[in-house]
Design a protein. Structure first.
Length: 153
């Protein structure tokens, strides 16, 4: 019942390890007679020789964790490994902030809600880092009456 060479050839043909090859115990006589790769291929085709499925790690736990992270869980101070700069660089933070502010100023200008002079003043102030965020910019506009309503300030 030594089928070492047949198993080795089958493993080579199936592109798996020797331990992953399954031989049908009822058709051992046919397997014994197979001595070439062509013979082995025909036995594989007929289902006498098969390859066991590869066992992989379950991704269920990972998927569950990822779902929770998408909801905003597991992002607390205790779970953070990198520095503040590594997680979101100060440059990237600045880029995000300035883009939002510039977009708001541009839309207000395009709609004619702010004057030409105030447009340039707001741009320079935002570039200088005067505004903390979009909300701060909107607050500044209302406090200083820079928004034009119906043709007048």
């Amino acid at each position: 019942m030594i089928l070492k060479s047949q198993k080795r050839i089958a493993a080579q043909v199936l592109k798996v390890g020797i331990n992953k090859v399954w031989l049908d115990p009822e058709r051992i006589d046919d397997i014994k007679e197979a001595i070439t790769k062509a013979d082995i291929r025909s036995l594989i085709k007929s289902g006498v020789i098969k390859a066991h499925k590869l066992k992989t790690n379950s991704r269920a736990r990972f998927r569950k964790r990822l779902e929770q992270k998408r909801k905003g869980r597991s992002h607390g101070l205790g779970s953070r490994k990198g520095t503040k700069n590594a997680r979101l660089s100060s440059k990237r933070e600045w880029i995000n902030k300035i883009r939002v502010q510039r977009e708001l100023i541009k839309t207000l200008s395009d709609k004619g809600l702010i004057s030409h002079e105030s447009y340039y003043k707001l741009r320079s102030k935002s570039k200088g880092g005067f505004f903390r965020n979009k909300r701060h910019l909107q607050l500044y506009l209302t406090e200083n009456n820079l928004i034009i309503k119906n043709g007048n300030k």
